[in-house]
Structures are given as C-alpha cells and as structure tokens.
Design a binder for this molecule. Structure first.
Ligand code: AMP
Ligand code: FE
Ligand code: FE
Ligand code: ZN
Length: 296
C-alpha cells in the first residue's frame, strides 16, 4: 500500500484488502473463528470482521488467530431485526460487548430462535424423517441456531444435497414449515448498536429473492437515529438497489461497505469476493467508541 492510501488518522494502523462480514460456527458458519481467520488470510484478506448472528463470543479466538497471522481484527456482529415481515440484518462493528441492553436483546433473540427452530423441525417432522436431535448434532455448542442448522440436519438425513436446496425447498416459507422468530425492529437494532458505541451498517439491504428493501423514508429514519451506512457490495444485492442506496449514502454522507458474508462450507461465498475500501474502514474505526480494533 502506498503512503497516501494509508488512512490519515494515527489510530488506523490497518491495511487492506478488507472483508467486514464473515461467520463462524458460533452462528451458522461451518468453521471455528480461528479457521475463518485462516481462510480469510489465505484469500489475501488483511483486515477482517467476524460478524456472527446475534453473538460476539467468537471475538477472542478470532482475535488471537488474527494476531498470529498479521491480520487486523474488527469485532462485529450481525444483529437480527425485522421490518414488518421482512428479515433485516444489521451489522454492528466495534460496540462494547458487555453493553447491558444489547446483551439482553441478543439473549432474547437467541433464546427465541431455539423454540422457533424446534417448531420448524416439528412441522417438517410431519412429512420427513427429521427430529430435533438431528439439528442439535449439527449445532456447535451454544451457536445461534438458525435454518442453516436445520438444513445441515436435512443433508445429514439425505433429504437434500446442500443448504441451497434446503432453502429453495423445505425451508422456504412457501412450503408451509416456516416459523418466524422474535427480532427487534430495525430502529431498535440501530439504536442498540449505536448506544453501545458501535457502528451500525445494514447488511445486504437490497437482496433479490428475499423481500423488497425497506422504504427510503424508513431508511432515512434509521439514518436520523445514527445508522452508519450500507453494505452495498454483496453478492445478493440487486444492481438497481445498489445504485439507489449509493445515492442515499452520498446524499447523507454515509459509510458504504463490501463483504463476502462467508459461511465456510455453508454458502459458496468466499472471503474477499467483495471488499471495503481502506477509507471506509477508517471511518468505521473513527466513529466507533465501544471497543478497539485489534491491530496486527
Ligand atoms: P434464519 O435466520 O434462521 O431464518 O436463517 C437465515 C440464514 O440462513 C441467513 O443468515 C443466511 O446466512 C442463511 N441462508 C439463507 N439462504 C441461504 C442459502 N440459499 N444457502 C445457505 N444459507 C442460506
Ligand atoms: Fe447466516
Ligand atoms: Fe445476513
Ligand atoms: Zn451474514
């Protein structure tokens, strides 16, 4: 990296390529936090964020692995939220992990996800040979349980070939087995992350197959509440949606990121397939007050 590409603030001693959205088996990735860091490093990543769903327990392991590989580590999380019926994911970076309000909310979400997954399995069990223990067998320790773990149980039972087939079929709401889980509305999610000193970025805000994006008027309320930015470069965002949100980001001087959303073997996404500029990483670091980056 040349000198003028290095972020100007003294505190920002990282270097790219930067990938700010990766999952471990503390949620629905298939690898340990240390393995995720090794994979990212092997794909040329020099600064990464671990963003498990509703959980920050992977930070220590990832941080140690990153230090040993000369990779800068940014603590993160992907907080589940909901706008009407639409699932909205809010990435939080560099928030204080011991923040009471945020902790209480992630506990609530994670607990509700368990009962919800059991209900989905019970529904599926009416038509397929699947029981809750199959899902437990696919879930590492206290991982945030989700449909991906049910998908893995369906694979182990030989009912589907991979997660993609499970999500296109049995796990899709149209099939009738789906159950929702508790999640805060996006405004609360942004507030929780921001008040914990973190930077909130809407993950994959304009995906194709799933649902339409949140109305711009509502997104502007999120911005007023302290939303940091949007994850624009993500394989599931539509080109048209990216354009719209880039304009919104420009208008409000927001952060824009790009990331892989790596899930190990659980998705085809690979570390570094989308990246975030050094300048945008610097803005995240400058804005956050909850916890420090772990520089290599
Ligand atoms: P849940 O939050 O339990 O409803 O499950 C949603 C999670 O499933 C998301 O975090 C995605 O990572 C994952 N997911 C969604 N679609 C797919 C897919 N087609 N293949 C693999 N994983 C998927
Ligand atoms: Fe996921
Ligand atoms: Fe997501
Ligand atoms: Zn994700």
């Amino acid at each position: 990296m040349t000198d003028d590409a290095v972020p100007s603030t003294g505190a920002n001693r990282f270097s790219g390529p930067n990938d700010l959205h990766l999952h471990s088996n503390h949620s629905d990735g298939t690898e340990s936090p240390a393995e995720v860091v090794r994979q990212a490093h092997a794909h040329g990543i020099r600064t990464l964020a671990l963003t498990d769903h509703d959980r920050s327990t992977g930070w220590d392991e990832a941080s140690k692995a990153a230090a040993s590989l000369g990779v800068t580590f940014l603590p993160g999380m992907e907080l589940s939220a909901k706008y009407e019926w639409r699932s909205v994911h809010v990435l939080g970076y560099l928030f204080a992990p011991d923040d009471e309000a945020l902790r209480a909310e992630t506990d609530r979400i994670r607990n509700d996800r368990i009962g919800r997954a059991e209900r989905i399995v019970r529904n599926i069990g009416r038509d397929y040979d699947l029981v809750w223990d199959d899902v437990v067998a696919q879930t590492a320790g206290d991982a945030t349980v989700g449909r991906p773990h049910i998908a893995d149980a369906l694979i182990a039972r030989g009912i589907v070939r991979d997660r993609g087939e499970a999500f296109d079929g049995i796990l899709h709401p149209r099939e009738g087995y789906y159950e929702p889980h508790y999640a805060p509305d996006p405004l609360s999610a942004v507030n929780l992350i921001t008040r914990a000193g973190g930077v909130a970025v809407i993950a994959h805000p304009v995906t194709t197959g799933r649902d339409r994006m949140m109305p711009i008027a509502f997104i502007e309320r999120l911005i007023d509440a302290g939303l940091g930015g949007f994850e624009i470069d993500h394989r599931e965002n539509t080109e048209q949606g990216k354009k719209i949100l880039r304009d919104v980001a420009l208008k409000h001087d927001l952060i824009v990121t790009g990331s892989s959303d790596y899930h190990g073997a659980g998705k085809p996404n690979l570390p570094g397939e989308n990246t975030t500029s050094d300048a945008m990483v610097a803005r995240i670091i400058d804005r956050a007050t909850g916890t420090d980056p772990r520089y290599a």
